[in-house]
Ligand binder design. Structure first.
Ligand code: 1GP
Length: 244
């Protein structure tokens, strides 16, 4: 059980998840970056992206990851029900709580649920919140989110509490892949001081100093995407910093 395993680990340490977008690189490159992040100490591979994932790439990448690193959990991070692969271990069953489009709140989930059951994937319920980040990221644009301000902790806390009261297992504070600036420390610490569920923070984290700040503010799990595909020495530094 992936959730059980992660919950156990979270009692002792902060975690790093490596986001791998099957549309952004070749399968070989995806496996290569996974190898580097695994060696540095990453805790899980998150597979998905906000473009129209070609299902065949998704399946091939995940099969490759599982054959090389059978012990590292592969968690789907889907943009739509088309981002479901039977080869993964688990799926973030996520609802974008501040979307204006019911498609991203409940409809894609409705289409995906029977498939998750049929594939025997472990669903991990997650409240997904999208914040403004100084630039327009693809995920912000395509998901029709009413972006949360990065300087209004009260509003962010209300959303985070909503996720917790719905029974969601994680809260994901998303600045968007390639964000100009990451989730503010103020928002993270306000949520940390109010909710009990673990906080995942991602978007715009490109160096170890930023990762350290987010962890110190209260992030339990840091996700990196862009840096994994580009400057992998930075990715390694980030993971090692989180694992210190
Ligand atoms: C996207 O939060 C992740 O969902 C990662 O963002 O690509 O900016 O690291 P970056």
């Amino acid at each position: 059980m992936v959730l059980k395993e992660l919950t156990k680990k979270l009692r002792k340490e902060k975690l790093h998840f490596t986001l791998i977008d099957p549309d952004k690189q070749t399968i070989e490159k995806g496996i290569e970056l996974a190898k580097k992040s695994k060696e540095a100490g990453t805790d899980a591979f998150m597979v998905g992206g906000s473009s129209s994932t070609v299902i065949i790439n998704l399946d091939t990448l995940i099969k490759g990851l599982k054959s090389v690193f059978p012990e590292v959990p592969v968690i789907l991070f889907p943009y739509s029900h088309a981002g479901i692969s039977k080869y993964a271990d688990a799926i973030f069953f996520m609802s974008l709580l501040n979307s204006r489009n019911t498609n991203f709140i409940v409809e894609e989930q409705l289409k995906g649920a029977p498939l998750i059951k049929a594939y025997n994937l472990e669903p991990i319920s997650l409240g997904y919140l999208m914040f403004e980040s100084g630039n327009t990221c693809t995920s912000q644009f395509v998901s029709d989110a009413k972006l949360l301000p990065n300087n209004n902790p009260e509003l962010a806390v209300a959303y985070a509490l909503t996720a917790e009261y719905f029974g969601m297992k994680f809260i994901y504070l998303e600045a968007g892949s390639g964000a100009k600036y990451s989730i503010s420390n103020k928002v993270i610490s306000a949520i940390k001081n109010t909710v009990d569920i673990p906080i995942i923070v991602g978007g715009g984290i490109r160096d170890k100093e930023t990762a350290r700040e987010k962890v110190n503010a209260g992030a339990d799990i840091i996700v990196t995407g862009t840096v994994n595909e580009g400057n992998q020495s930075k990715m390694v530094e980030i993971i090692k910093e989180i694992k210190k």
